[in-house]
Design a binder for this molecule. Structure first.
Ligand code: AKG
Length: 262
């Protein structure tokens, strides 16, 4: 089955790209997943969200955290999140171990790569909500703060349907984040961020970009007729500690080692 063949022609990071990531805190990769794989992942993604709409197991980040399924499903604005797709779907679990993706992450994170978590972030057509300006590590509180995320889109993404927007160089300084005024599910740095300096990363379906866990980023509401289905893998080095628990994040089914070279 061609769909399990994974990525397009092998992409390796050049030393200039690694330097650019270190300087700017992100890197646009471009087309990464081949069209057969994108088709397969779209079907599985839609199936998981359909099941989630019926039975729960997702959050609508546009509204306050709640288990009320009707409230989540019927909210006017929909910024939908399924955490750990890898625990419910083998195709997304397989993607965690994709050598091409790990080869992109290794020069940035080192040879031993552990999963922090993955997530699907879905902005439906016409009423997809924003993800406000934030640094991921303001949510996570991990040390060392050197996690790397691979953000992939299953649809063409541009500024109008929720492409990633980032502030270059912002990963060098952690910031305190207030809760959003509109939803307690999100943090929001609001207009303390100079959004005029933002870079928009347009990507084709199957495209990818990498960002550091302190790089400021934002995605706009989706008011177009096109959906925007994103899947993100957050990678860390073994020995990362969560300041929420005060504990090292142990290797487990939920936090597997994805690559080990020792
Ligand atoms: O996909 C989005 O809309 C937001 C993504 C994001 O915040 C992240 O990847 O950390």
């Amino acid at each position: 089955m061609a769909a399990t063949a994974s990525t397009t022609d092998r992409i390796t990071l050049t030393p200039e790209q690694v330097d650019s990531f270190r300087e700017h805190g992100y890197l646009r990769i471009g087309k990464l997943l081949d069209d057969d794989l994108v088709e397969l992942l779209r079907r599985e993604y839609d199936r998981e969200f359909e099941l989630a709409h019926q039975h729960g197991g997702f959050r609508n980040l546009a509204i306050d955290n709640t288990d009320d399924l009707d409230a989540k499903n019927n909210a006017e604005v929909q910024m939908l999140q399924i955490m750990q797709m890898c625990e419910r779907n083998v195709h997304f679990r397989r993607l965690l171990y994709n050598d091409q993706i790990l080869d992109l992450v290794e020069p940035l994170l080192g040879p031993n790569i552990q999963l922090f978590h993955d997530q699907a972030l879905y902005k439906p057509a016409r009423h997809g909500g924003p993800v406000f300006w934030h640094q991921d590590n303001a949510y996570w509180r991990c040390v060392p703060a050197n996690l790397v995320s691979c953000w992939m889109t299953l649809d063409d993404a541009d500024v109008r349907n929720g492409a990633m927007q980032l502030l270059p160089g912002s990963h060098l300084r952690p910031l305190m984040h207030p809760r959003s005024a509109s939803t307690n599910a999100l943090l929001d740095l609001g207009d303390t961020v100079d959004a005029s300096k933002a870079v928009v990363i347009d990507l084709p379906a199957g495209g990818a970009m990498l960002h550091h866990c302190q790089t400021l980023h934002y995605t706009a509401p989706n008011t177009t007729d096109r959906q925007r289905r994103a899947f993100i893998i957050h990678f860390m080095t073994p020995g990362t500690k969560s300041l929420h628990s005060g504990e090292y994040i142990r290797v487990s089914f939920t936090n597997p080692m994805l690559r080990m070279r020792v």
